[in-house]
Design a protein around this ligand. Structure first.
Ligand code: DAH
Length: 339
């Protein structure tokens, strides 16, 4: 028994001295002092030792245990310190290096223009609603008085998912969706992305944004439309802005108009911005066609309304005097950082 204890002690101490890292130390601790460790096994076999020898052997086991534990602890301290020193050596901090700048993003010019625009209409009591970009032909065309063979469908060629489902060419289908709900009165704007099968150039893109407006109530007249657009134009482009309503045709409004604003660059005298005319076209509008009201479940004898559609990129470009729409989509930081 004594020899065995001695052997365990010598072997363990040697192993501990040679241990390279903390894991190795732990393995030794388990294999010697653990539940199934060598020394523990010896303790268990004490019952075979003659009674008078037991105190002596017991004392020896305790001594062996203390010696092993002491050396384990000593080595552990040494190894821990060594590890720390190596880590510190690797993690030298050069306080003379320049700091890393935090870059904060900001709103896109389109978004800034949209929020400016929304603020004005919300101030007039409008609600902002959204409609789907993937839309039924029924809402995009049919209910807006643009039947299957209408020439307007040529001008607004788009991307078809099926014969009846397409990428919306305008935000106007939201008009039909809102009217259909039957909730009165209606006073909404609806911004969103629209799609057309157009080639990219300075003023065209296959995907751009519009803001639709719709008001339906009893006794709404063209005067309300004019007052609303005038008020928005002044708040959005500046207090001296004047508007001009030119007769036009849209299938879903009657009468219809296109609206120009006085060029905010030259004030109406004529410049490069307004191509010499003093006026800049910004939107289409009109009184909601009685057939559209009826098809959407509203009695045109009781209710009337007006609608308008603003090209968001168009007003954003004008507001910031940008002459090429492509700049809004190219994500060139040198451009975007200016806003
Ligand atoms: N949706 C039309 C377009 O994309 C714009 C428009 C014109 C909207 C007149 C309207 C409106 O609501 O009344 O060309």
């Amino acid at each position: 028994m004594k020899e065995k204890l001695n052997a365990i002690r010598q072997a363990a101490l040697k192993q501990i001295e040679n241990a390279k890292d903390l894991d190795a130390l732990n393995d030794i601790r388990v294999s010697v002092l653990g539940k199934k460790g060598e020394l523990t096994q010896v303790l268990k076999s004490m019952k075979d030792v003659a009674a008078e020898e037991r105190p002596v052997i017991g004392q020896m086991v305790n001594d062996t245990r203390s010696a092993i534990e002491a050396l384990l602890e000593k080595e552990r301290t040494i190894l821990t310190r060594k590890l720390r020193e190596e880590k510190m050596k690797k993690e030298v901090i050069d306080v003379t290096l320049p700091g890393k700048k935090k870059m904060t993003g900001h709103r896109h010019p389109n978004q800034i223009a949209l929020e400016d625009l929304e603020r004005v209409f919300i101030g007039m009591g409008y609600e902002v609603v959204e409609g789907p970009e993937v839309e039924y032909d029924k809402y995009n065309f049919e209910l807006l008085n643009i039947p299957a063979n209408h020439p307007a469908k040529d001008e607004q060629d788009t991307f078809y998912i099926t014969k009846d489902i397409l990428l919306r060419t305008q935000t106007s289908p939201v008009q039909a969706r809102i009217m259909e709900t039957g909730r009165m009165p209606i006073r909404i704007i609806s911004p969103g992305r629209v799609f057309r099968s157009d080639e990219v150039d300075a003023t065209h893109s296959p995907s751009f944004h519009q803001v639709e407006g719709l008001v339906v109530d009893k006794g709404i007249t063209f005067a309300d439309l004019k007052g609303t657009i005038n008020q928005w134009a002044k708040e959005f482009f500046g207090p001296d802005t004047r508007t001009k309503f030119r007769p036009h045709h849209f299938p879903f409004t009657e009468p219809s108009a296109e609206v120009d604003v006085t060029c905010f660059k030259c004030g109406g005298k004529g410049c490069r911005m307004c191509k010499g005319s003093g006026w800049i076209e910004i939107l289409g509008c009109g009184m909601v066609h009685p057939k559209v009201l009826k098809d959407c479940g509203i009695d045109p004898e009781v209710y009337s309304g007006f609608a308008f559609g603003i090209g968001l990129e168009r007003v954003a470009l004008l507001k910031y005097e940008i002459d090429d729409m492509r700049l809004l989509y190219e994500n060139d930081k040198r451009f975007l950082d200016q806003f």
